[in-house]
Design a protein around this ligand. Structure first.
Ligand SMILES: NC(=O)c1ccc[n+]([C@@H]2O[C@H](COP(=O)([O-])OP(=O)(O)OC[C@H]3O[C@@H](n4cnc5c(N)ncnc54)[C@H](OP(=O)(O)O)[C@@H]3O)[C@@H](O)[C@H]2O)c1
Length: 518
């Protein structure tokens, strides 16, 4: 008998199978997961809780171990305890002592000096070989770099020089987190270093937005329904908006965020990937390379931003003091770890065009920011108005065009806004919302998907070398120009709890359109 969870996965598989004739929901082959940075935030908040849930739902291989590595001296027992606390904290309702006992014994820990080759050649190598034997995982390893990017060079170089990554009949996967570089040059350099030691098929660049349930569903929705695809083009679509707004401020991440800013943090990866999925052509097959080829073509078709008219295409902002949930909140420049004169943008809005047959002339408006009035990620497709005002004699108001909203987070699902007659004798239209919501409790978290897919050698949810570089090549000149003029921007220029700076509203209003309210 299947558990509800297995039922869900089976039904996802069935839908996918019916749609594309190819879907893989098998439990992965035996493997060992080696986490660099195992004492860190990502391991505690995402990687281990996701692995625990996969274990709980019997989606991990029987032969499986985790080896945590970081500088911090601790024993395996201490590591297990700290992970137990972390998992319980993340999923208090999902936590089960018996399941944890089973899972926890598969966790191991060793301290490591990231920069010393001998740590890899000797102690790490010996420990992995011992665990491989104990768990019968064969030479199948996933190396997850959950470390700050400043450590990538040392770890990739030292790891790549061991024979652990040149297995006999096994597999090596290297997982890299965002940010992947901070501009085109650094991304290229990192790709070159990775490719010196690993093949592209062994590299998994995470963009966890791609693994969110509704994001994965964009392809199903577009290509498994007959009614939308014929309309999905410049003839019927007026414009597209992509929003990723946060209510949180910079929290404890000032060290990273001060160096990054919103364009590196959100646009180069997540927003561009959402854009690529929304705008891509149907792939030849539902498999990683075909889908990644199509996503890549969209990025290639984005028109470069005109640097001499950047203000027409991009508005940036930084939050000042304001109010969230009725409580006063600090300005970005007052947050711990942030410079009092910081010019780091915490908000950006962009207008861009995809120069191809399907989308020529259709503007895509993207926006993302911190300390905004709502926490929301969504893609909204704004259709053109009806061509003939049949009801003009009886209706005073213009007819609102249809809008399709793909809600990525929260309240995952989609809505279609139509116009319908309000009951009564007069001709009076009102918006009718057709709404579909996923039930939150059956969703797999994005990190569960990426871990599972990585174990199954499936690259569909990961970003390819050329995709990363193309996104950086579009944004690097923009970031450079914005950074060189940042002191002139008059930051802060929006209040915490508002919907962004005035310049962002102007960006779209100049075109006779408006942002969807947050
Ligand atoms: N946290 C998130 O939600 C999140 C989300 C998306 C992407 N990421 C990415 O995932 C990676 C890990 O993020 P994280 O938040 O877990 O990072 P973190 O907590 O700051 O660091 C991870 C581990 O790396 C080691 N470390 C940190 N700074 C170091 C230094 N200067 N020298 C040597 N070791 C150092 C620390 O372990 P030891 O001191 O014990 O060695 C730390 O536990 C980063 O690339 C980040 O950008 C994180």
């Amino acid at each position: 008998m299947l558990t509800p969870w297995e039922e869900v996965n089976r039904s996802i598989a069935e839908v996918a199978y019916q749609t594309f004739g190819n879907c893989d929901v098998r439990v992965p082959s035996p493997c060992g997961l080696v986490i660099f940075g195992a004492s860190g935030d990502l391991t505690k908040r995402k990687i281990l809780p996701s692995l625990y849930r996969l274990h709980k739902h019997r989606l991990l291989p029987e032969s499986f171990f985790v080896l945590g590595l970081s500088r911090t001296e601790m024993t395996t027992d201490q590591f297990r305890l700290s992970m137990q606390v972390a998992v319980k904290g993340e999923y208090p309702n999902d936590f089960n002592d018996t399941q944890w006992q089973e899972f926890g014994t598969k966790l191991h820990y060793s301290p490591i000096d990231y920069g010393t080759a001998v740590s890899y050649q000797q102690s790490l190598r010996e420990e992995i070989l011992r665990l491989e034997k104990e768990y019968g995982t064969g030479r199948n390893h996933i190396f997850y770099l959950a470390i700050p990017p400043t450590l990538y060079d040392d770890v990739i170089f030292n790891l790549g020089n061991t024979d652990l990554t040149r297995q006999d009949g096994g597999t090596t996967h290297v997982v890299i987190e965002k940010p992947f570089g901070r501009d085109l040059d650094s991304a290229r350099k990192l790709n070159r270093l990775l490719r010196k030691f690993f093949e592209e098929k062994e590299i998994y660049r995470i963009d966890h937005y791609l693994a969110m349930e509704t994001v994965q569903n964009i392809l199903m929705f577009r290509f498994a329904n007959f009614i939308f695809e014929p309309l999905w083009n410049r003839r019927y679509i007026d414009h597209v908006q992509i929003t990723a707004s946060e209510t949180l401020g910079v929290e404890h991440r000032a060290g990273y965020y001060e160096q990054a800013g919103v364009i590196r943090d959100m646009f180069q990866n997540h927003l561009f990937q959402l854009l690529a999925l929304s705008a891509m052509e149907p792939p030849a097959r539902f498999e990683a390379e075909s889908v990644r080829d199509e996503r890549m073509k969209v990025l290639h078709s984005i028109l470069p931003f005109p640097l001499d008219k950047l203000d027409v295409h991009i508005a940036i902002g930084q939050y000042g003091r304001g109010e969230m949930d009725g409580k006063p909140t600090a300005a970005y420049r007052e947050e711990p770890g942030v410079s009092e004169t910081s010019t780091t943008p915490t908000f950006a809005a962009m207008k861009l065009f995809i120069d191809n047959w399907r989308w020529a002339g259709v503007p895509f408006y993207l926006r993302s920011g911190k300390r905004l009035s709502a926490h929301r990620t969504e893609i909204s497709i704004h259709f053109k108005p009806v061509p003939h005002r049949l009801f003009s004699q009886t209706l005073n108001e213009p007819i609102e065009p249809n809008t399709l909203i793909l809600r990525v987070h929260p309240n995952e699902g989609m809505s279609l806004i139509l116009q319908a007659k309000k009951p009564g004798s007069k001709v009076y239209l009102k918006p009718l919302i057709l709404d579909f919501s996923y039930q939150r409790d059956v969703l797999m978290d994005a990190y569960e998907w990426v871990l599972l897919d990585c174990m199954k050698d499936d690259h569909l949810l990961f970003v390819r070398e050329d995709g990363v570089e193309q996104a950086w090549s579009l944004l690097t000149p923009v970031i450079n120009q914005l950074e060189s003029t940042a002191s002139l921007r008059g930051f802060p220029n929006y209040a915490a709890g508002a919907s962004g700076p005035h310049e962002a509203a102007l960006l779209i209003e100049r075109d006779g359109r408006a942002w969807r309210p947050l």
